[in-house]
Structure formats: C-alpha cells, structure tokens
Design a protein around this ligand. Structure first.
Ligand code: KIV
Length: 296
C-alpha cells in the first residue's frame, strides 16, 4: 500500500451536496427520484461509494458471505459487525450510514436489542440500524431510544432455516397480504424506510404505493422507491453464479486476476520494481557505498 493511498476523508469541494439523513431519505420518496444504495464493508470501497453520491450505505451482514466466505449470514457477531462499520464510518461523509444488526443481536430480548443497537451508534458511528422481520414492537422500542430503524421484509436471509433456503417470498395472495400487514405495522412503529427483498414486483409495487416511508428493493422489481445491491455482486467479486436480480456493473474479479498475474510475471522477470520505482542514496553516499563493494 502506498503511503499516499489512504488519508482521512477530506473535503473534496466547497459545493458538496447536502448530507443525507433519515429525514431527507424519507422526503426523497415524494420527489419521485429513486433512492440509491449499495452495501460496503471497508474504508476504500465506502469512500468510492460516498464520492459517487449514493444516498445510503449499508454495512450489511451479507459481509459474512462476501467478505468472510461463510455460507450464510447467521454466525457473524456484533463485535465483527462493529469492526467493519468503523472502517466504513471513517470514509463516509455524505451518505447515510446504516448498519445491519446481526442474527441473535435483537432476538433474545428488547433490552438486549436496544443495548446492541446503541453500540452501533456509539462505538461505530452508525446513523441507523437495520433489522429483519415483522418486529414492530421492537422497532418502536428502538425508535424510542433515538435509534432510527430500517425494516427488512420478504426474503430475510437471517430466516434461512425457517424459509428452507434463500427463496423468493410473497408468491401467494395470503403471503402478499401478510407482507402488506407487516410493512404497514413496521411503518406505523416508526421505521424510516423498508427493504423489500426477493418478492414479486407486483407485491413490492402494492406495498410501495401504500406506505408513506420509502421502500428499497433488492430483487423486488423497479417500482420500489429505491434500489440496493450487494457491492460484491454488482462488481463481480463473488464466485457463485449471481441471483437473477443482480446486474454486473463491472468485472473487478477479472481485473484483479489480470493485475495479479501481471505482477507475478513482472516480479519473476525482475522487471518490477524498476529503477524509477526504487529509492536511491544521494550521489556522494552512493559513491562511498560503491567504493566498498568487493571487486572481482
Ligand atoms: O446484508 C445485506 O447486504 C442486506 C441487503 C441485501 C439489503 O441486508
């Protein structure tokens, strides 16, 4: 890593767009301009996302899979999530920073959930937390503790064992009705936005039209108030075939493979580092050192 690559985030321009807040994000629903979001888990990528002007960054527990290589999101802990969130916090100035509460951190009791959520705000600088499922009472408790909450319904990955796999939800009228009820209850309890994941477009549109808070879709069609993708999916930094809803915006995996094989080739051929990429002694010191070299 070059010493100049990573500096603390500095102002880039005196005409920066306004900071995104939970309030401005809610207001965006009424502008008709879609909300843009991706996940990020580290300083460098979060900085690029922030500079690209996306509205919010989610430190998603999907990091268990795409950063840690786990099969699902269940094992990641609060301490691990805090570590990643802190790195992202240092990079982000404009986007709203949302942290995912991991499985087990809000399920045992509301008191424990509030304590864990407070850690995300105090220890990692999150501006909101996201929790999965129809937990309206808990949302109200968290909001009462001044912690903004993003809800998440549909294909909720922390329910993988109950759902029997990562499966599209809301495929029957009864299931859509239940989703609708849950969405309304979460909004009434104080969620400022709601992620809808892995549900039919028609169901997402119905819920989006009924709610006054913005819906953020992932695999939920184009009618949501915004969209979110997992950064590693959209940049092709994953190894399994992508889900149907993923659009690949770049192939960073291929770019990295080429860069790494080129580097290996150059090192083995001694063409890296070059003279220009080497540090040199001042001329007088170099001559003294030369004079000390054994001659054949
Ligand atoms: O963990 C995550 O990345 C998420 C998004 C898919 C919404 O919850």
């Amino acid at each position: 890593m070059s010493l100049t690559t990573f500096r603390p985030a500095e102002r880039l321009s005196t005409h920066e767009p306004a900071k995104v807040t939970t309030v401005s994000l809610q207001q965006k629903k009424h502008t008709g301009i879609p909300i843009t979001a991706v996940t990020a888990y580290d300083y460098a990528s979060a900085r690029l996302v922030d500079e690209a002007g996306l509205d919010f960054i989610l430190v998603g527990d999907s990091l268990a899979m795409v950063m840690q290589g786990q099969e699902n999101t269940l094992a990641i802990t609060v301490d691990e999530m805090l570590l990643y969130t802190r790195g992202v916090r240092r990079a982000v100035r404009r986007a709203l920073l949302v942290a995912d509460m991991p499985f087990g951190s809000y399920h045992a009791s509301q008191d424990e959930a509030v304590s864990n959520a407070i850690r995300f705000v105090k220890e990692a600088g999150a501006e909101a937390v996201k929790i999965e499922g129809a937990r309206a009472e808990l949302v109200a408790r968290l909001v009462d503790a001044e912690i903004p909450v993003m809800g998440h319904l549909g294909l909720t990955p922390q329910s993988i064992h109950r759902m029997g796999g990562f499966k599209v939800q809301g495929k029957t009228m009864a299931a859509i009705d239940a989703l609708r009820e849950d969405a309304l209850a979460l909004a009434a309890a104080g969620c400022f936005a709601l992620v809808l994941e892995g549900i039919p477009r028609e169901a997402a549109r119905l819920i989006t039209d009924e709610l006054t808070i913005p819906t953020i879709g992932i695999g939920a069609g184009p009618d949501c108030d915004g969209q979110i993708l997992v950064l590693h999916d959209m940049l092709t930094l994953t190894f399994a075939p992508p889900a149907k809803f993923v659009r690949r915006y770049a192939d960073l995996g291929a770019a990295m493979r080429t860069a790494l094989t080129d580097y290996k080739r150059d090192v083995e051929a001694r063409t890296f580092p070059s003279e220009a990429e080497s540090y040199h002694l001042p001329e007088d010191a170099r001559q003294v050192l030369e004079s000390l070299r054994p001659t054949d």
